[in-house]
Design a protein around this ligand. Structure first.
Ligand SMILES: Nc1ncnc2c1ncn2[C@@H]1O[C@H](COP(=O)(O)OP(=O)(O)OP(=O)(O)O)[C@@H](O)[C@H]1O
Ligand SMILES: [Mg+2]
Length: 360
C-alpha cells in the first residue's frame, strides 16, 4: 500500500474549497484556515479563525470540516476543530487617528422605535461574544445610552503627548459592562441642543470623533438621532462606515420611514447593512419589516419581540441583563447581533474599499 498521504498540508488542501455556511465564500477566500496538525496517532486538529466572534452556529463549520477530513482520509483517527477569531475590518478611521475596524451606525426614519435599545443591545451582544466594542450616542438631544447601561459620571479629559511631542486633550470614554461609551449629550447643555443644527452639529461631531480616545476597537456602534441626514453626512465625510442598521417597528408608517432612511443612507454613501424589526408582536403585528426588506432587496437582520423585560431593563440601566441565561429577550437579541456581524463581514468582501466622501 502507498504511504499514507495524511499530513498537515494535505488536510488544509482538502478543506480550502469548503464553503463557509454563513458568508457563502470558501474557507480559503475568507482566510479562515489557520493550521492543520496531524498527530502521531493520526488524529487531526484544524484551527479555524472566524471573521467575527459573533459567528452563529459554528458547529456547522466543524461538522463539515470533520466529514471532509474523514471522507478524504479514512485513516484519520479523529478530527478536532478549534476556533479563534479575528474581526476583519477596514480600519477606516485611520485618517483621523482612530483604530477601529468597523463603525456601525444604528438609525431609523422615525423616533421612538427602539433605536437606542437596539444600539445598546448590539454593542453589549458583540462585547459578550468576545469583541472589543465602543458605543457612541450621537443624539445631542439627550444621553439615553449611558442611562440604559447604567453608566454615570462625566468622561475625563486627559492630556496626552503625540508622537511628535505635541500635547493634545483626549476624551476618555466611560465604561459599562465591558463596553466603552460616550454620549454627545454630555457635552451639549440641554437648553442648547435644540439649536444645534447643520454647521454647529457638524463641527461638534467632527471634534468629538477625533478627540475621543477609543483605543483599539473591533466595532464602534453609533446611535444616530432619528430622521435627519446631518449627522450621517458628517460621519460619512470623516470615516468609512461599515454600514448602517435600520430599526423599524412593523407598522406600515414606520416601514415607510425606514424606506426614507435607506435612501438617506445611500445618498450619503453609507452602505445599508439591513433592517431590524423591533417591537414585533401582537400590538403592532409582525413580519412587515421582513417583507419590506425583501421588496427593497436589503438584508433582514432579525426581529426583536415587544417584551416587557426589554423596557424594564432599559429603564433601569440593565440592558446587559437581557443577555442572561433564561431571559426572554436573549435569543432574539443574540440572533440580531450575529446577523449584523455576519452582514458586516459579507459587506467587507463585496466592497473592499469603502467610500469616504470628500471633506467639505
Ligand atoms: N422590543 C421592545 N419591547 C419593549 N419595549 C421596548 C422594545 N424596544 C424598545 N422598547 C422601549 O421603548 C422605548 C423607546 O425605546 P428607545 O429609547 O430605544 O427608542 P429610540 O428609537 O431610541 O427613541 P428616540 O427616538 O427617542 O431616541 C423605551 O422605553 C424602550 O425601553
Ligand atoms: Mg434614542
Amino acid at each position: 500500500m502507498a504511504e499514507s498521504s495524511l499530513n498537515n498540508t494535505a488536510v488544509l488542501d482538502c478543506l480550502k474549497e469548503l464553503a463557509d455556511p454563513e458568508i457563502g465564500r470558501t474557507l480559503s477566500e475568507l482566510d479562515m484556515l489557520k493550521q492543520a496538525k496531524v498527530g502521531d496517532d493520526s488524529s487531526v486538529t484544524v484551527e479555524v479563525e472566524l471573521p467575527t466572534p459573533a459567528y452563529p452556529k459554528r458547529e456547522r463549520i466543524s461538522d463539515s470540516i470533520k466529514s471532509a477530513v474523514s471522507d478524504r482520509f479514512p485513516e484519520a483517527s479523529g478530527v478536532t476543530v478549534e476556533f479563534s477569531h479575528k474581526v476583519r475590518g477596514k480600519d477606516t478611521g485611520g485618517t483621523i487617528g482612530l483604530n477601529i475596524k468597523n463603525i456601525v451606525a444604528v438609525g431609523s426614519g422615525k423616533g421612538g422605535v427602539g433605536k437606542s435599545t437596539i444600539a445598546a443591545s448590539l454593542a453589549l451582544g458583540l462585547q459578550k461574544s468576545g469583541a472589543r466594542v465602543g458605543l457612541m450616542d450621537a443624539d445631542v438631544y439627550g444621553p439615553s445610552i449611558p442611562h440604559m447601561l447604567g453608566a454615570s459620571g462625566q468622561p475625563a479629559m486627559v492630556e496626552k503627548k503625540t508622537e511628535t511631542g505635541e500635547t493634545i486633550t483626549r476624551i476618555e470614554p466611560l465604561e459599562a459592562d465591558g463596553v466603552k461609551l460616550i454620549s454627545m449629550g454630555f457635552f451639549v447643555p440641554p437648553e442648547q441642543a435644540v439649536v444645534w443644527r447643520g454647521p454647529m452639529l457638524h463641527k461638534a461631531l467632527t471634534q468629538f470623533m477625533k478627540d475621543t480616545d477609543w483605543g483599539e476597537l473591533d466595532y464602534l456602534v453609533i446611535d444616530l438621532p432619528p430622521g435627519t441626514g446631518d449627522v450621517s453626512l458628517t460621519l460619512s465625510q470623516l470615516v468609512g462606515l461599515a454600514g448602517a442598521v435600520i430599526v423599524c417597528t412593523p407598522q406600515e408608517v414606520a416601514l415607510l420611514d425606514a424606506v426614507k432612511a435607506i435612501s438617506m443612507f445611500r445618498q450619503v454613501n453609507i452602505p445599508v447593512l439591513g433592517i431590524v424589526e423591533n417591537m414585533s408582536g401582537e400590538i403592532f403585528g409582525r413580519g412587515g419589516a421582513k417583507e419590506k426588506a425583501q421588496e427593497l432587496d436589503v438584508p433582514f437582520l432579525g426581529e426583536v419581540p415587544i417584551e416587557a423585560e426589554i423596557r424594564k431593563k432599559g429603564d433601569s440601566g440593565a440592558v446587559s441583563q437581557l443577555f442572561d441565561e433564561g431571559n426572554p429577550a436573549r435569543d432574539s437579541l443574540n440572533n440580531m447581533c450575529e446577523q449584523v456581524a455576519i452582514q458586516i463581514a459579507r459587506q467587507l468582501l463585496e466592497t473592499p474599499s469603502l467610500p469616504t466622501l470628500e471633506i467639505l
